[in-house]
Design a protein around this ligand. Sequence first.
Ligand code: ADP
Length: 209
Amino acid sequence: MELSERQEIIIEIVKENGPITGEQIAEKLNLSRATLRPDLAILTMAGYLDARPRVGYFFTGKTGSELLTEKVKKFKVKQFQSVPVVVKEDASVYDAISTMFLGDVGTLFVVNEPGCLTGVLSRKDLLRASLGNQDLNNIPVHIIMTRMPNITVCRSEDLLIESAKKLIDKQIDGLPVVKDMPEGLHVIGRITKTNITKAFVELILDEQV
Ligand code: ADP
């Protein structure tokens, strides 16, 4: 966040004199308390200053990058997850390709009859299966998918940064967001590199407000 010159000065005053009341800060700047109110609100919300009732403002000691890190660590998977696109295990490779196009996604999740996660299909998995002269209507996706237990998953309550790290470490484009059920894992969402990019943009644009 870009601080204004006046906000920087307020931080310096509070650093040296804190705890200090809004009234006293205003006096030092020859301004009215009302004029300072928005600046104090911004500095408090951004985490530079803290306010205690009947005591005043004090400096939290946090740097800009510490505050940014705190903000990123608050991002949860559930805030950014998208709707998953799934196919059944016995769907054909041809059907999966159609579903991938219609769903406008790059990763499909494969589920069994009770609706539990059993596999993942990437664009390249489907391209690979399409090489050669086989009839794609006759190849079920469970033959070519990456299967459980080798699937990397995440959960809605996980930190987004942990999921981003899994995408990098495993060199994959997407993760199913799963819910633990007695019969297995139900797919309730997906996190892809696009969701991470959106989070990144939101973080930076929010900072500029
Ligand atoms: P692409 O193969 O189109 O580049 P990915 O990098 O996402 O896309 O996939 C690479 C391989 O990893 C594929 O074989 C795919 O089945 C597998 N894969 C994709 N997502 C996962 C996941 N969440 N867990 C385990 N394996 C995955």
